[in-house]
Design a protein around this ligand. Structure first.
Ligand SMILES: *Cc1c(COP(=O)(O)O)cnc(C)c1O
Length: 362
């Protein structure tokens, strides 16, 4: 009997393991594992979502017209070159399907986001990683891994789980060094949090040619992770390709309504950014003061390294925090078994995690 088998590569996929969102035993839980916004969504987004309930029997606008117009108005971009998706994850998968085939190579940096190998393997392509320097993507190392089979390069900027970033000029150097027929995808999921002057999410690189795409999300600063809304800013040719490939109704009506309201609520977004600008360094400083190694981050989380040894390592720290109802992210799956990633939460959540870790290292 011939056995039913999926296409080559599929069974090599390590399924994405999301951050934990619950703990056995009940009680109050502090969730700092998934880089969700400390402040949640704008109340205007919630109101728009509730209002959309009246139209649940109708198909949504397949073109996400109002949402694209709202994004375009907010960020100064041509809505015709924006494509919305069910999270930026969907858009990355579609970009892969459009430009990558069996035997091709997808390149990203050593500690890059774990969706990238999933995209590559789902297409029967090989995922190729370039070593990082000090947990930061290294442009020369990435260019050194380019072969004739390279079709797509993913760069999360800032990166998850490291929090590090590649400055604007270095990203440009990466683009210039890549062959013209290789697509560069700049995954700027945390762009709205960034205050560093030498950072750019990459709009100018998208505008400069036909082979750079920037992806963004409503899951982080806009606090709408559950609604699954992402968007890509594309050269016209790539927008056309994505619009042919995507499902005709890939963003739900309530998601479109809430997303548009969220992006229009500039005041709330400013508040979310200001909260992060205050508590990100606070968290990093307090954890450093405990003797832990905290890697510099410009996003809404920090990566923390623990010493080796039973009862002192990252695994022990994770168990200790879980016992106190605090969930952070284990990152062994990223090849960082001695680290934990901690999201910036509310003030009381930040104080609770710092107090718990102070007790742990004591
Ligand atoms: C959270 C995150 C995303 C967002 O994914 P969505 O599918 O839009 O929720 C994308 N890239 C990186 C690096 C992330 O950390």
């Amino acid at each position: 009997m011939a056995a039913l088998l999926p296409r080559p590569g599929i069974l090599e996929i390590d399924p994405y393991v999301p951050g934990k969102s619950w703990l056995a035993g009940g009680g109050r839980i502090i969730r700092l594992a998934s880089n969700e916004s400390a402040l949640g969504p704008s109340p205007r987004a919630v109101a728009a979502f509730e209002q959309a309930a009246a139209e649940l029997g109708r198909y949504p606008d397949g073109a996400s017209t109002e949402l694209r117009q709202a994004i375009g108005a907010r960020f100064g971009l041509d809505p015709a070159r924006i494509v919305c998706g069910s999270g930026s994850d969907e858009l990355m998968g579609l970009l892969g399907r459009a430009f990558v085939g069996p035997g091709d190579e997808v390149l990203y940096s050593q500690y890059g986001f774990l969706m990238y190998p999933i995209v590559a393997r789902s297409l029967g392509a090989r995922s190729v990683t370039a070593p990082e320097t000090e947990l930061r993507a290294d442009v020369d190392a990435m260019l050194g891994k380019v072969t004739a089979k390279t079709r797509l390069v993913f760069l999360a900027n800032p990166n998850n789980p490291t929090g590090s970033y590649v400055p604007r000029d270095e990203v440009r150097r990466l683009r210039v060094g890549l062959p013209g027929d290789v697509l560069l995808v700049l995954d700027a999921a945390y762009a709205e949090y960034v205050t560093a002057e030498d950072y750019s999410p990459g709009v100018e690189l998208v505008d400069a040619g036909d082979n750079v795409v920037m992806t963004r999300t409503f899951s982080k600063l806009f606090g709408l992770a559950s609604l699954r809304i992402g968007w890509a800013y594309c050269p016209p040719g790539v927008a056309d390709v994505l619009n042919r490939l995507r499902n005709p109704f890939n963003v739900t009506g309530p998601a479109q309504a809430a997303g548009a309201a969220a992006v229009e609520d500039v005041e709330f977004a400013d508040k979310a950014r200001a909260h992060n600008t205050l508590w990100l360094p606070w968290l990093a400083d307090r954890l450093s003061a405990l003797g832990l190694r905290v890697y510099p981050s410009i996003a809404n989380f920090v990566l923390v390294r623990f010493p080796a040894g039973p009862g002192r390592d990252a695994e022990a720290a994770n168990g200790f925090l879980n016992d106190k109802g605090i969930i952070v992210r284990e990152v062994a799956g990223y090849g960082l078994p001695d680290c934990l990633r901690i999201t910036v939460g509310l003030e009381e959540e930040m104080r609770a995690v710092v107090d718990a870790l102070a007790e742990f290292v004591d």
